[in-house]
Ligand binder design. Structure first.
Ligand code: ADP
Length: 315
């Protein structure tokens, strides 16, 4: 498998009405969620092999999620079923002030109980790129399992990609969120952060402290929502792209699909990928922008032809 993603796989129950808090909503739409899983599906749609490592509950939601990944051809040989914990659920609504309100059912959920001995070494050894996020870094045993998988993948010669997500509600405190999100950087070659996450982690929009603290780190990608993205190496900014103007409907999964676009770009440019980052960002921003034009993450992830047609149209 070319890209192996490890992390949480859950059900998002998305409110059918906006402007209400989760407790006041009358109905919810079921959707597959989990950032690393979105990346695995997006990579497949863009034409490369991918696999997912993680754990769901041995319950109808867990089996539904496996079917969703399977439908896109994501390898699920390394996906485990827990007999002691349920699949994670997140109920999400858009409150009146435009903020999302979340209620999580993870006390604990199956993804949190993923252990080092659950890592499928065969699947992992096939990775050219290993990708992980910060949700499985929140508690043990999934924290150790995630970091161990990253270490093994590095020893196997894979490129390590990390996308920390700011989800303060899942951590004990903002400080533990910061420390936990930073922890993953020590294991990564490539990191993606939004502008907001960078300011949260560093205190200002400056990538230098992250490079200084993490000797393995080669590239940092910064996403800027509708304003596109930029990429830095230790010497400074190597490329940026202003993004595309689209009618955004739901930005869920935009960062994940952007990341998949970057990983696919890296795979296709070989060892010389740094020199091609202008093109890679133009491609990845297109993948991200298209994802915002439909509801839900996985249903809106584009295939290769859609990305090609979009770039041609946008010029
Ligand atoms: P995250 O989802 O991680 O917070 P962003 O919201 O910055 O990340 O989005 C990731 C990428 O998706 C952006 O760099 C951009 O390419 C694309 N994108 C996101 N929102 C929009 C938008 N409103 N219009 C066009 N492109 C967008």
């Amino acid at each position: 498998m070319t890209v192996v993603c490890l992390g949480e796989l859950l059900i998002d129950f998305v409110a059918q009405e906006t402007g209400k808090l989760v407790g006041d909503v009358s109905g919810f739409q079921k959707a597959a969620g989990g950032a690393p899983a979105n990346v695995a599906v997006a990579v497949r749609r863009l034409g490369h092999d991918s696999a997912f490592l993680g754990q769901v509950g041995d319950d109808p939601f867990g089996h539904y999620l496996v079917d969703v990944l399977h439908a896109d051809g994501v390898n699920v040989d390394g996906l485990r079923f827990s007999s002691v914990a349920r699949t994670a659920l997140a109920f999400v609504s858009l409150a009146e002030n435009g903020e999302r309100s979340f209620v999580f059912y993870r006390h604990p959920s199956a993804d949190m109980l993923y252990q080092p001995q659950d890592i499928d070494k065969k699947v992992l050894s096939s990775a050219k790129i290993f990708h992980f996020g910060s949700i499985t870094l929140i508690t043990e045993p999934s924290r150790t399992a995630t970091l161990q998988a990253a270490q093994i993948a590095r020893q196997n010669g894979a490129l390590i990609s990390y996308d920390p997500n700011l989800r303060l509600a899942l951590w004990d405190s903002p400080e533990s969120a910061k420390q936990g999100m930073l922890l993953g950087m020590g294991y990564a070659d490539i990191v993606k952060v939004s502008e907001e996450e960078l300011v949260f982690l560093v205190g200002k929009e400056d990538v230098a402290p992250l490079f200084d603290a993490n000797p393995n780190l080669k590239l940092i990608l910064i996403t800027r929502g509708a304003n596109g993205s930029a990429v830095y190496n230790r010497a400074g900014k190597i490329a940026d792209h202003k993004g595309y103007t689209v009618q955004a409907v739901d930005t869920t999964g935009a960062g994940d699909s952007f990341m998949a676009g970057v990983l696919v770009g890296i795979l296709e440019h070989g060892d010389d990928y740094e020199a091609h980052f202008g093109n890679i960002l133009a491609f990845a921003n297109a993948v991200g922008a298209i994802t915002t034009t439909g509801r839900g993450a996985i249903p809106s992830l584009p295939n290769r032809d859609q990305v090609r047609a979009f770039i041609t149209k946008m010029g």
